[in-house]
Design a protein around this ligand. Structure first.
Ligand code: HEC
Length: 119
């Protein structure tokens, strides 16, 4: 029993590195983008951009850099998106995210995509 509680404490230790898809820790250089993604985008696009009931995964082949370049992310955040690939409805423009924020978010999402073999 006692050992069980110790195990729980270890499992919940928040000093553990954050894990991404496939278990790789998020590199330092992408952690600011991760925080901005979590604050502005994750409600719909999900933790680690894996998708939710309100929005599609961005770690998905259709959002690879050649099909949805970085400009598409800037446009999406600045103007919103009319539903066209999915049936989640429209994406509203994201008031809180500046172009600089989106720039960091894109770098984080591209890193997630590379982890998943999408490039
Ligand atoms: C309120 C929910 C919601 C939030 C918050 C949200 N999105 Fe979206 N997003 C959507 C939905 C839904 C779509 C899919 C539209 C379609 O193609 O059907 C989408 C599509 C996109 C696309 C694809 C655009 C295209 O050209 O097809 C990008 C890129 C994107 N979102 C980025 C972001 C980023 C970056 C953030 C945070 C700054 C964000 N989204 C926040 C709901 C959301």
């Amino acid at each position: 029993m006692w050992l069980f509680f110790v195990g729980l404490l270890v499992a919940c230790d928040s000093s553990q590195p954050k894990q991404a898809v496939g278990g790789a820790p998020v590199p330092m250089e992408f952690q600011a983008g991760e925080a901005k993604f979590t604050a502005n985008c994750a409600a719909c696009h999900g933790k680690q951009a894996a998708g939710t009931d309100h929005g599609p995964p961005l770690v998905h082949k259709i959002y690879e850099p050649n099909h949805h370049g970085d400009a598409a992310f800037q446009r999406a955040a600045a103007n919103g998106v009319k539903a066209h690939h999915w049936e989640f409805g429209n994406m509203p423009k994201i008031e809180g995210a500046t172009a600089d924020d989106v720039d960091q978010i894109v770098k984080y999402v591209r890193w997630l995509q590379r982890q998943a073999g999408i490039q």
